[in-house]
Design a protein around this ligand. Structure first.
Ligand code: SIN
Length: 311
C-alpha cells in the first residue's frame, strides 16, 4: 500500500445491475447503480484513498469503440498523475477481455490497471461484486504491479490471455494454457508469473485510436460445416477493411470460405486466421497464405488488426 490514490473508473455491467427479486441471478438489468453507491456499500473500503469516476453505464454487450476512446483518454490522464498509484475499472463480464486487451495494447501501462466485474447483480442474495472489488483494489495497490489485468473470483488474469469461459459460474474466466498471473487470498497476492509487459507501450497506437475520425471496419466470421463464400462476399461488397476468421481446429477453413478469403485478401482486405477452439493457438506453417493470429482469440485478433490498420 503506497498512500497514493487509486482511481476507480466505472463502466457498468452486472456488478452495477439490479433485479426485482434477490434470488434472481439472471433476470436483472445490468448497469443501473452508480459507482459511488456501489463503493459506499462496501465497509471494507472505508478509509482507502479512492477517487471514483463514472465513465460509462452500459451492459458490456453494448460496448462501443467510442466508449473505449473515452476510457483510454481517462486512463491516460489519470495514469500520468504522480499521486495515482493505479486504476481499477468496473466492467461487465461479457466483453471484459476485449476492453482489457485493447487497453493493454494502446497503453501498456507501467502502473496497474485492474478490471473487475461480477456474475451476479448487486441486489443478489450473495453478490460477488463487492469481494471482486476488494480483491481488485488489493491488486491495484500492490507494490510492483503493472499492466492491464482482470481480477475475478480471487484470480488475477493478464489482458493477453483472459477469456470468459463460463456463462454462469462466479469463476467465469480462464487464462487458458498460460495460466493466471496469480491469486488474491485474504487481501494478499500469490503470484505465479510476471505482470503484463510494459515494453509494448506505443504512443502511435494510442494516438491513432483516440484521434481517428473513423475506425477501420473489421469483422469476425466463423468456419463451420457448410460454410461458404456468401458472408465474405457480402462484407467485401460493403467495403470491409479487415476480416478475422474463427477457423476450425488448428486454423482450418472450409475450401469455399477459404477461396473467398484469399480473393478478399488479394483485393486488399487484411485477413487473419484465429481458431474457434477455446484452448490452444493456430500453429503457423511456412506455406500459410492466410496469416495466423499469433495466439490471439478471434475477438482479440480483431482488436489487434483494427489497431494495425490504424497504424
Ligand atoms: C455485462 O457484460 O455487462 C453483463 C453481464 C455481466 O457483467 O456478467
Amino acid at each position: 500500500m503506497t498512500g497514493r490514490k487509486i482511481v476507480v473508473l466505472a463502466t457498468g455491467g452486472t456488478l452495477a445491475g439490479t433485479a426485482r427479486d434477490a434470488q434472481d441471478n439472471i433476470g436483472y438489468t445490468a448497469a443501473q447503480l452508480g459507482i459511488d453507491q456501489l463503493l459506499a456499500g462496501i465497509p471494507a473500503l472505508k478509509g482507502l484513498p479512492l477517487l471514483a469516476e463514472q465513465v460509462a453505464q452500459v451492459d458490456s454487450k453494448d460496448m462501443t469503440l467510442e466508449i473505449w476512446r473515452q476510457l483510454a483518454l481517462r486512463c491516460a490522464d489519470w495514469l500520468a498523475q504522480d499521486e495515482v498509484a493505479g486504476l481499477m475499472i468496473t466492467h461487465g463480464t461479457d466483453t471484459l477481455e476485449e476492453t482489457a486487451f485493447f487497453l493493454q495494447s494502446v497503453l501498456a501501462p507501467a502502473k496497474p490497471v485492474v478490471l473487475t466485474c461480477a456474475m451476479r447483480p448487486a441486489t443478489a442474495l450473495a453478490p460477488d461484486g463487492p469481494q471482486n472489488i476488494v480483491d481488485a483494489l488489493a491488486v491495484a495497490m500492490a507494490e510492483g504491479a503493472h499492466g492491464v489485468v482482470a481480477v475475478c473470483a480471487g484470480t488475477i488474469h493478464g489482458a493477453q490471455d483472459v477469456a470468459k469461459q463460463h456463462t454462469y459460474r462466479l469463476d467465469a474466466f480462464s487464462s487458458g494454457d498460460a495460466g493466471p498471473i496469480g491469486y488474491v487470498e485474504e487481501g494478499r497476492l500469490r503470484l505465479l508469473r510476471d505482470w503484463p509487459s510494459t515494453a509494448a507501450a506505443s504512443a502511435p497506437a494510442w494516438q491513432n485510436f483516440v484521434k481517428a475520425k473513423a475506425w477501420p471496419r473489421v469483422e469476425i466470421i466463423m468456419n463451420h460445416a457448410g460454410a461458404g463464400a456468401g458472408v465474405v462476399d457480402a462484407l467485401v461488397a460493403q467495403g470491409i477493411d479487415g476480416l478475422v476468421v474463427a477457423a476450425t481446429g488448428n486454423g482450418t477453413v472450409h475450401r469455399e470460405l477459404e477461396a473467398a478469403l484469399k480473393k478478399a485478401q488479394s483485393n486488399g482486405v487484411k485477413v487473419v486466421r484465429s481458431t474457434r477452439c477455446a484452448q490452444g493457438r493456430v500453429l503457423p506453417r511456412p506455406d500459410d497464405v492466410l496469416p495466423d493470429s499469433a495466439g490471439l482469440s478471434p475477438v482479440k485478433a480483431r482488436i489487434a488488426l483494427l489497431l494495425e490498420l490504424l497504424a
